[in-house]
Design a protein around this ligand. Structure first.
Ligand code: FER
Length: 292
């Protein structure tokens, strides 16, 4: 039960004080902590005249983890048709967010509309769940965000995603249901979830993105428990962080562990802090490179 023990340790250490300390860590950059991706063009994350718009709809599913109905947002690309099948990206928010963070704060739908219109991203369905798998999954008041109780919901989300959300999405939408057509990515707390869940389930997700991953990211021994399977099965593992983000040591550690284990990955360090500039840019990069 090493994984459960580590989770308990992590949950025990979540507090406003520990979060402040983590965000406040000095950034120490290594020689390979550099930008690996081209700069996005101006306007990549705003609606462009003449670009066909996808639509974002609400999706409700029943969860045995929380014992109730849960809500997600689903992006359907322009020209969406039930006569076709689509790959699906599950996109996870941060510790103080919910299913609206990617569209409301980062403008994920505009980024995808533009890329799909240009033929630079494969038309895909994007599912944006609430990653806080608790019976009360509302965004907590500010003084309750960095608490063990809130963080525990993000750990419980693993079973919610695998056992309830994915089957419900597959029953409701024309999505391809194999790992090559399923991606998992997230920002901050959601980046940690994407790495924790994705790297434990390469048979389920071939494309994984961790943007500015938070300290909920499991230590290497658990995260990369089966390096051989990861080397064989992953199509893309994408890690990013801003070089003004106090949490960068989390991603730097994962990057070093991946190098040590010979697991191919992208490591993209941009000039952002812990903010939407990094997340919009890295969604732009990641979404062009999946399902190819
Ligand atoms: C922490 C600092 C930040 C932490 C989580 C976060 C679990 C998450 C930040 C975010 O999601 O934006 O110490 O502990």
């Amino acid at each position: 039960m090493a994984a459960a023990a580590a989770h308990a340790r992590q949950a025990d250490s979540v507090s406003p004080e520990s979060a402040r300390a983590n965000f406040g860590r000095p950034v120490v950059l290594a020689a390979d902590d550099v930008r690996a991706m081209p700069e996005p063009p101006r306007g990549f994350d705003t609606a462009r005249p003449g670009v066909a718009l996808g639509r974002v709809e609400e999706f409700s599913y029943q969860s045995g983890v929380t014992g109730g109905a849960r809500q997600a947002l689903v992006y359907l690309p322009a020209g969406y048709s039930r006569e076709r099948t689509y790959p699906v990206l599950y996109l996870l928010h941060g510790i103080g967010g919910n299913q609206h963070e990617w569209t409301g704060y980062v403008r994920a739908h505009a980024i995808l509309d533009n890329l799909i219109a240009e033929g630079r991203a494969v038309p895909m369905i994007v599912v944006m769940p609430n990653g806080r798998a608790l019976p009360d999954d509302r965004v907590p008041p500010p003084d309750q965000v960095f608490t063990e109780a809130n963080a525990a919901g993000f750990a419980k989300f693993e079973r919610d995603l695998l056992d309830f959300l994915i089957p419900a999405v597959q029953a409701a939408y024309p999505v391809r249901a194999d790992a090559r057509h399923r991606a998992l990515a997230g920002l901050s707390m959601g980046g940690g979830q994407a790495l924790n869940i994705g790297l434990a389930h390469p048979e389920t997700f071939a494309w994984i993105g961790g943007f500015s991953a938070a300290p909920n990211t499991r230590p290497a021994a658990e995260l990369l428990a089966d390096p051989g399977a990861l080397r064989r099965q992953l199509a893309l593992l994408y890690l990013s962080c801003g070089n003004r983000d106090g949490l960068i040591s989390v991603s730097q550690r994962v990057h070093r562990d991946l190098l040590e284990q010979g697991i191919r990955h992208v490591w993209n360090v941009d000039a952002s802090g812990h903010d939407r500039e990094s997340w919009s840019d890295n969604l732009y990069q990641f979404s062009q490179r999946i399902f190819r």
